[in-house]
Each structure stands twice: as structure tokens, then as C-alpha cells.
Design a protein around this ligand. Structure first.
Ligand SMILES: *Cc1c(COP(=O)(O)O)cnc(C)c1O
Length: 396
């Protein structure tokens, strides 16, 4: 042996003394029940796990608003669920239309190309939403078999509000609709069956307020028919949806399930069910709109206009000569609050997903956020923002 034992530090020397408040674009804070579940390891097969899986599927049907049997989990990030949806529905020669609003919707397109899809990209102007009429025109001329899009584009904080209309148009043209709801599921309405969506994707660490690393995807019956009648073999063994049914339907082995993460997800979903979707959507709307108004009262500008603005993640324009990285570093170091920078536009982003939408987290975040700009020499009115936040939250 010629490789020596490395010198490493204990985690408690690496982690901050006081946990940072996670108010970025994910991962988000997790409830105590989720954290506790994440500390447990059980057999990945057997009766207990079968019960957990059954309940996750039943809760998933409520949260996705679907009766489909084909709700499956995947060990991996939201991206693994995206790839599971895309790679099972797309193979060489499949015509795919991808609505590209930004970083994550582009990723869906990239995955479809890698799966061999014949790609047509509908690039939407930054900050705008997908237009059903434009999509209808593409459906008529290009005749895609699969359409991919995001409900909310986390990267530039835009919201594809017309998703229900787009789903109806896609169904009319016999085109399967794949929707990435990673940042939006359980924060705002999404009705898979009523709207007619064929595959819905979500991750754990955003709206659901679980840990990163276990994700979900639901296929409609129509989508499932395409999955099982593929004319080309599925290239990815781990992401093969038909193999995944071994674990998700037959309590048997596909790969060792991420048991702890699955228990955590179970608890996160149980808390969603306890709260009910109606109340959860209302909490998200009230909190996000209060935060948006408060940021404007501080004297800062929001990136996206109200009509296409996403509530799940709020994008704030950077004043001239202020660097996003400096803002994120300052707020983290001085106020122990984490927010996100951006993948392109000159913005910083504050999340409003799951546990982030709590009044006490909002007050701390807004104070830290406003004070950070003040510290960096920007003329802002923090008390006006705090008063606006209070008054908007009172209207609940
Ligand atoms: C975060 C996010 C993803 C990617 O999730 P990962 O867990 O980072 O792979 C995909 N789509 C949207 C809309 C997201 O917000």
C-alpha cells in the first residue's frame, strides 16, 4: 500500500456552527419528521417497505392529482426523473418538440436529443411564458410525438401559466406531454388527469420539502402504452421504467432502493396530505406574494412581470455594479441565510417552496436580504419592506 491515510476534518468542523437558513432555489429546509425518517435504514424489500411504497404511491396520486398506476420513484436527483420520463418515451427517430424557457427546459431538450429524438426547439424569450397558439402551430406542422416543457422555470423565475391549455392542444394532436414540475409540485395547482398531462416529474428537495436524491415520475396510461410498446430497446438499465415496476409494483428487486430517502419522502408527502393541497397552495401564494411586495417596498425590482412571474422561486434584479455572487456570499456570512445566484440573467433568487413559505423564515430572510444591499452600499428601505411583509401576511 503506497497511498497514505488522508488527514480529514470532522464534519462539525466543516459545517457552520449555526445551520444556515436555506432560502435559495433548493434544497429547502426539511421538517423534523423528514430529518428523523432520513436517519433510518430498513430492509429495501419486505413487508414494511412494501407498505411504505404503497403509501408513497397513494399519496403521490393525490399530490399529482392522478389515478394512474404508473407512478414510480427513482434514486437520483430531479434530473434522473426527467431522464426517466424522456428516455423511456423517446428513441431514435421520435419527433420531440421542446418548449425552451431557460436552463431546465433546455435540459429536457438536451436529454431528448441524447435519447435520439428528432428535435424541434421552441425557444421562448427570457421572462416570457409559452404561448399555446405558437405551440399549436408547431403541433400542426412538425407533428411531434412528444412535447416537453416545465411548469415553472426555476432559472429565470418564469411560469408557464397556460399549461392546461397547452395540455389540451397536445392531446388534440395526439402528442404526449411531459411536464417538469420539480419546483412547482405541491406549491401550486397541477392536475395531471384533469389537464391531460402524460408524464409529470418532480424531485424531493423543492416543493415537497424532502431531501435531495429521491424523485418521482408519473406516466399516464397513454404514455405507459408507448413505454411498453417501444420498438427500440431502452438504453438505460437503471432508468428503465418497466424494470422499475419490479420494485414499485411487485415488492421485488430492481436495484437497492434509497430506503432512508424514501422514508424521508414518505414523511414529506404525509405532511402535504395532512395540510391538504388547497391549504398548501394558499400558504404558498400568500407567502410568495407578500415577499414579492416586500422586496419592491425595500426598493428593489423583480425580474419577471406579474403575468408570467413564478411564485415558487422569486427573481430579483441586481442593481447596477452589484455582483450576485457578492450578495449571496454576504447574506450567507453575515446573516446565515442562503439564497441563490443565477445561471444567466443578472438576478438573485429566493425560493418559496415548502418550508421556505413560513412567516418566521420570511421575516428573517427579508431582513437579511435588505440589510445585505444596505451593507453593500445600495440605497434601500428595509423598514418599509418589513412593514409591507407584515401587512401582506396579515391579509391571510
Ligand atoms: C431543480 C430543478 C431541476 C433539477 O433538479 P435536480 O435535483 O437538480 O436534478 C429540474 N427542473 C426544475 C424546474 C428544477 O427547478
Amino acid at each position: 500500500m503506497n497511498i497514505a491515510v488522508p488527514h480529514v476534518e470532522q464534519l462539525n468542523r466543516i459545517l457552520p456552527e449555526e445551520p444556515l437558513l436555506m432560502m435559495g432555489a433548493g434544497p429547502v429546509p426539511i421538517p423534523a419528521a423528514v430529518a428523523a425518517a432520513n436517519g433510518i435504514v430498513i430492509n429495501h424489500l419486505g413487508e414494511t417497505m412494501a407498505k411504505v411504497v404503497d403509501q408513497v404511491k397513494r399519496m403521490g396520486r393525490y399530490i399529482f392529482q392522478t389515478e394512474t398506476e404508473w407512478l414510480l420513484g427513482v434514486a437520483g436527483p430531479g434530473s434522473a426523473a426527467m431522464e426517466m420520463a424522456v428516455a423511456n418515451l423517446v428513441w431514435p427517430g421520435t419527433r420531440v418538440l421542446s418548449v425552451c424557457n431557460g436552463f431546465f427546459s433546455d435540459r429536457l431538450a438536451e436529454m431528448a436529443v441524447r435519447a435520439g429524438g428528432e428535435m424541434e426547439k421552441l425557444v421562448v424569450v427570457d421572462g416570457e411564458a409559452a404561448d399555446p397558439e405558437v405551440i399549436a402551430a408547431y403541433l400542426k406542422t412538425f407533428k411531434p410525438q412528444v412535447l416537453t416543457m416545465v411548469q415553472g422555470e426555476t432559472s429565470n423565475t418564469t411560469f408557464n401559466r397556460a399549461l392546461p391549455e397547452i395540455a389540451a392542444i397536445a392531446a388534440e394532436h395526439d402528442c404526449l406531454l411531459v411536464v417538469d414540475a420539480v419546483c412547482t409540485l405541491s406549491t401550486m395547482p397541477l392536475e395531471m388527469d384533469n389537464w391531460g398531462i402524460d408524464a409529470v416529474i418532480t424531485g424531493g428537495q423543492k416543493g415537497l420539502s424532502s431531501i435531495p436524491g429521491v424523485s418521482l415520475v408519473a406516466f399516464s396510461d397513454k404514455a405507459w402504452q408507448r413505454v411498453i410498446n417501444r420498438t427500440e430497446p431502452m438504453r438505460h438499465w437503471t432508468l428503465d421504467a418497466t424494470l422499475a415496476t419490479n420494485f414499485w409494483h411487485r415488492a421485488s428487486y430492481h436495484y437497492t432502493a434509497p430506503v432512508s430517502g424514501l422514508l424521508a419522502l414518505h414523511e414529506a408527502m404525509r405532511l402535504v396530505c395532512d395540510e391538504t393541497l388547497e391549504k398548501r397552495f394558499a400558504r404558498h401564494a400568500v407567502c410568495s406574494i407578500a415577499l414579492q411586495a416586500a422586496i419592491e417596498a425595500v426598493g428593489l425590482e423583480l425580474y419577471v412581470k406579474p403575468r408570467t412571474r413564478l411564485n415558487s422561486v422569486v427573481g430579483i434584479k441586481l442593481p447596477v455594479n452589484i455582483d450576485g455572487k457578492a450578495v449571496c456570499a454576504h447574506i450567507s456570512k453575515n446573516y446565515k441565510v442562503e439564497i441563490s445566484g443565477s445561471f444567466g440573467p443578472a438576478i438573485v433568487r429566493i425560493g418559496q417552496m415548502g418550508e421556505q413559505c413560513r412567516a418566521h423564515n420570511l421575516f428573517r430572510t427579508l431582513h437579511a436580504f435588505g440589510s445585505t444591499f444596505k451593507d453593500l452600499g445600495v440605497s434601500v428601505d428595509v423598514p418599509a419592506g418589513m412593514a409591507m411583509l407584515e401587512s401582506k401576511l396579515q391579509q391571510r
